[in-house]
Ligand binder design. Structure first.
Ligand code: BG6
Length: 478
């Protein structure tokens, strides 16, 4: 159990992130005895009593908690949760918050800014008005600003106010089980460690397809688009984990990831038409809070190169989109063929909805035949209920790391800056060259034009990797 008594203060306590992710994660931490006596203060503008707020989060936790819901346990957990009503955009109201803090003797604050970035400054000014509050940690979510310039300014402000070691920039993908596993799979198997380079690998694909559209987030999404919403953060994290050199006691994972970002082939050396495709699903413009003449992409596919001795000329294909008919995220490593008569070996790291790994390899056809056939070893980690129950959710894992003061799976500012600059330049170049925003039908895998990115005839986009029809919801609580 964690010994410190922290106070987790959530700005945006009535928001979707808090209800859907943070409260269930905190409940799971409580259930696994990791929360200790930490207090949780949810801040929101709405007029709720503690009891009313508790009733609301009961339903969310019951629905979204990882482990089987236990109402007695919930009643214990909830004693540590208070609702505090305030308008966090009003500087005056922080005096009351600070009095509340002092009155309850709350210490070691962890401020979670579960709000849009335009409020980061106001909140920081409000809480830093009291000296005691500055000793805390701050967790922020992307987008870290509405523009790179704003993100820079906010980052500086937060670092000046709280100290860079106390800023936790969360990317929930870094809490996902199979993304954590990439390092072990790569480096703890000599089989892969020795062949993870241009000599043996033909190409690497990172695919993140979503069944959902923009849902209720039209106003945010229409300014972000798929590049900023998914690629710049989550997928660049995966790309850099897949491509980085081995970290060691002196060089952290983040430093290794930064090396990769610095080695991305500069945009001005790419033929943009053969490197990026942007598209929008039909009907997107009719979504709530989306501009009627929106040119925002809901789909992006790209081909990138990493100019390091390890990767000389090997393409990395990235593809992500909303309303693509399935929810699926995989990293697919296609190895070079040992001869033109056989199929390529493929390693698939399955990130979601099912977690696991599969390897395709060649062998002689069983029986009298001497033909070579391809076969597959497939391990579905999340199909085993013990694994599912014992695997923390991404937010649960990351909140616990922050409570413990462990920064290793949070993003450094340099990572954000480099990937932001790169993706922005890529998009600018695409628009400058007047490349079109293609359209695709809802519930289809995206526009066919993405095939243009493929290097030669031997490359192809990987088809769906779902090998069993179980859905994530079928697995819950079983
Ligand atoms: C968020 C994006 O960061 O990640 C969403 O803003 C996206 O648009 C979501 O749907 C995907 O997360 P997950 O965990 O469901 O893959």
């Amino acid at each position: 159990m964690n010994g410190m008594n922290n106070t987790i203060v959530i700005f945006g306590g009535t928001g979707d992130l808090t209800y859907r992710k943070l409260m269930p994660a905190l409940y799971n931490l409580y259930q696994t005895n990791k929360l200790g006596k930490d207090r949780i203060i949810a801040i929101g503008r709405r007029k709720y009593t503690n009891e009313e707020y508790h009733k609301i989060i009961y339903n969310w936790i019951e629905r979204y908690a990882r482990m089987k819901f236990n109402s007695d346990l919930f009643n214990d957990f909830i004693k540590q949760v208070d609702y505090y009503e305030m308008d966090f955009t009003n500087h005056e109201e922080y005096i009351g918050l600070i009095d509340y803090f002092n009155g309850k003797n709350l210490i070691n604050p962890i401020f979670y800014y579960a709000v849009a970035p335009q409020y980061f400054c106001t909140i920081t000014d409000g809480i830093t008005a009291s000296k005691n509050c500055c000793d805390g940690k701050v967790i922020i979510e992307k987008p870290f600003g509405n523009s790179l310039e704003e993100a820079r300014r906010l980052s500086k402000k937060l670092e000046d106010s709280f100290g860079s070691e106390n800023i936790y920039r969360i990317d929930h993908y870094l809490g996902k089980e199979m993304i954590r596993n990439i390092e072990s799979i790569r480096f703890d198997n000599l089989l892969f460690a020795n062949s993870w380079n241009f000599n043996s690998i033909e190409n690497i694909q990172i695919q993140a397809l979503e069944e959902v559209g923009v849902e209720t987030r039209g106003s945010y999404y229409d300014h972000a688009g798929a590049l900023k919403d998914m690629v710049q953060n989550h997928l660049m994290q995966i790309l850099t984990l897949v491509a980085m050199e081995r970290p060691n006691d002196l060089i952290t994972i983040q430093d290794r990831q930064i090396e990769v970002l610095k080695a991305l082939r500069p945009v001005n050396q790419l033929d943009i038409q053969d490197s990026l495709i942007l598209a929008q699903y039909e009907g997107y413009k009719d979504e709530d809070n989306v501009s009627k003449d929106s040119k925002t992409e809901t789909y992006a596919a790209m081909k990138l190169f990493i100019d390091t001795p390890r990767w000389k000329g090997i393409p990395f294909y990235i593809k992500t989109g909303k309303k693509t008919g399935s929810r699926e995220m995989n990293v697919i490593v296609t190895f070079k063929k040992s001869s033109s008569f056989v199929e390529a070996n493929k390693l698939v790291i399955k990130i979601q909805p099912l977690e696991g790994i599969s390897l395709k390899f060649n062998m002689k056809e069983p029986g009298e035949s001497e033909d070579i056939v391809q076969t597959e070893m497939d391990f579905c980690q999340s199909c085993i209920s013990k694994n599912r129950i014992n695997t923390p959710e991404a937010y649960e894992r990351l909140l616990f790391s922050c409570i413990q003061g462990d920064q290793s799976w949070f993003s450094k500012w340099d990572q954000i800056l480099l990937s932001w600059e790169y993706i922005e330049e890529l998009k600018e170049s695409y628009l400058e060259k007047e490349c079109p925003i293609y359209t695709y039908k809802q519930d289809t895998p995206g526009p066919d034009v993405v095939n243009r990115l493929l290097n030669d005839e031997s490359h192809e986009w990987e088809e769906s990797q779902l090998y069993c029809k179980l859905q994530e919801s079928d697995l819950l609580h079983k």
